[in-house]
Design a protein around this ligand. Structure first.
Ligand SMILES: [Zn+2]
Length: 516
């Protein structure tokens, strides 16, 4: 608890005491993290909040981490890309244990409310306690993965820790492409039991993740002048749920591009419409929430087209029902564009988007409720020089299935004469229910909390996929405290679960088996 000694306006001694208590409580509500349990973890977390550390700007956090290693007389090394490894020798009674690797990422995502001034390269994050949670003031908190960094630093500086040799790995640039893990050499660490501290649900031990890749199509079309006597309409599809293309792909939410394409195809079956713009979706890893298209029709058909659209949109909205209750489809008059797409290209585009899959493709045979393979039709945009760019993302915990989904999407895009490219992507981490480290973690969890933890895989990417591919024979789990709203200014971490996370980590470290 911190107390500020400031001028006391009250001369009476008793009132003076009350004044100091008041000021102490006030300072506590300003941060007060250090009085939370486990205190070493929260102390480090508070320090880390002061250090700007956006992806690709990790210089200062790297210095801080190395400094902690030096203060504790621990051996540390850095590789070319900027990953750090700090080694803590074993306790004298634990020398024959297997080496454990602890892993977190040192960067964070910077998101803030539009009206909140924050300089991401210089300003500290201001954490605050809000009931059962710690959150930040108008910005992301950086508990993803600041709590992992804090826990590793607390382990490194705990002189009484009874554990074998520990290698603490701090990777760079996880949030903007995992380039730290991608470029790590396969001899950077020696341990083959790894605890990844970058997941966000207390009570769940993660044992697998999906790999991913992008498939991108580019279509060149001919533009033609808009005929005299035409009018233009802008159609919009808005209000969809959207969501993360890994975590929420199976929930059946509407894809604005698919809905828009369906509308355009339906209209073109009844009227002669010409497309002059299509703009749907945004981020490659988000399910598209909005789409806009500009069509050109004969002046005499405008009213009929509007009426037809009005009927058809009722059908679509009814299909989604309560799942997409804010879905809105509308058309309004707009300025007449000078050019439109040639008919052959337009037919090709609409056919190709009709065929192009979106959503879950296969479910895991080993794990209930886990999407194994999926694809996200992420964005379609008309760009300059008469080109259309279509971005899609495929994910799977099985590499060959991921590539098969990409080939399927490629075939669809080629219907429109698209030139198709695939990104190199990143590998998945296949679940292993017989994992040794899983058994240890499960036993620790049951012993500490008197219940079974859930064991799950996620249909999103973790650095574990890359480590799994690179470090042959590695045995891993991922766990963490409960964090909600990661990557948004609403990010918060549940205080109680940070304590559980720490207790579990220590107990696992204490129960690492003897080398055979
Ligand atoms: Zn993270």
């Amino acid at each position: 608890m911190m107390c500020y000694f400031i001028d006391n306006p009250l001369k009476d001694k008793k009132l003076s005491y009350i004044w100091i208590v008041f000021i102490c409580q006030l300072s506590d509500t300003m941060s007060g993290l250090t009085r939370l349990n486990p205190s070493p973890v929260w102390q480090y977390f508070e320090e880390i909040c002061k250090i700007p550390r956006l992806s690709k700007n990790e210089g200062r956090i790297r210095e801080y981490i190395i400094d902690i290693a030096q203060k504790n007389n621990l051996e540390s090394k850095e590789d070319k890309i900027g990953n750090i490894l700090i080694t803590k020798p074993s306790h004298s009674e634990m020398e024959n244990r297997k080496t454990v690797v602890l892993q977190c990422h040192m960067d964070m995502v910077g998101e803030k409310n539009a009206d909140h001034p924050h300089d991401w390269l210089n300003d500290p994050i201001i954490p605050k306690i809000a009931g059962e949670w710690v959150t930040a003031n108008g910005t992301t908190l950086g508990a993803d993965d600041g709590i992992g960094i804090a826990a590793q630093l607390a382990v490194l500086s705990d002189n009484n820790l009874k554990a074998g040799k520990i290698e603490c790995l701090f990777t760079v640039d996880e949030e903007s492409g995992m380039t730290g893990a991608v470029n790590m050499k396969a001899d950077f660490f020696t341990g083959r039991l790894l605890l990844n501290l970058d997941s966000e649900d207390e009570g769940i031990l993660y044992i697998g993740c999906a790999g991913g890749m992008d498939t991108i199509g580019t279509i060149n079309y001919k533009s033609e002048p808009v005929p005299v006597g035409s009018e233009a309409l802008e159609i919009s599809v808005t209000g969809l749920h959207g969501g993360h293309s890994g975590d929420e792909i199976h929930k059946g939410y509407g894809n604005s591009i698919k809905i828009m394409n369906r509308i355009l195809r339906n209209l073109s079956n009844h009227y002669r419409i010409s497309l002059s713009n299509f703009d749907g979706g945004n981020l490659r890893n988000a399910i598209p929430r909005e789409a806009f298209a500009t069509i050109v029709v004969k002046k005499s058909s405008v009213l009929q087209v509007k009426n037809h659209l009005d009927d058809f949109q009722k059908t679509i909205i009814k299909e989604f029902g309560d799942l997409e209750k804010d879905l809105k489809i509308s058309a309004k008059d707009t300025d007449l564009p000078r050019f439109k797409m040639d008919r052959k290209s337009q037919d090709g585009l609409l056919s190709s988007l009709t065929c192009c899959p979106h959503g879950a493709i296969a479910w895991s045979k080993e794990m209930v409720d886990l999407v194994e393979t999926s694809t996200n039709l992420a964005s379609v945009k008309f760009t300059e020089d008469n080109t259309i760019k279509i971005v899609t993302t495929q994910r799977s915990s099985i590499d060959s299935s991921k590539r098969d989904a990409a080939v399927m999407v490629e075939a669809c895009l080629k219907l429109a004469g698209a030139k198709v490219e695939h990104s190199r992507g990143y590998p998945g981490w296949k679940p292993n229910m017989d994992s040794e480290i899983l058994k240890i973690a499960r036993n620790s969890y049951k012993k500490l909390f008197g219940k079974e933890p859930s064991v799950r895989a996620i249909h999103a990417g973790l650095e574990c996929g890359l480590l799994y591919e690179k470090f042959k024979g590695i045995d891993m789990i991922s766990f963490g405290p409960t964090i909600r709203g990661a990557h948004t200014p609403e990010e918060k971490i549940e205080i109680r679960t940070a304590g559980m996370f720490w207790d579990l980590l220590l107990d696992i470290l204490n129960n690492i088996p003897v080398l055979r």
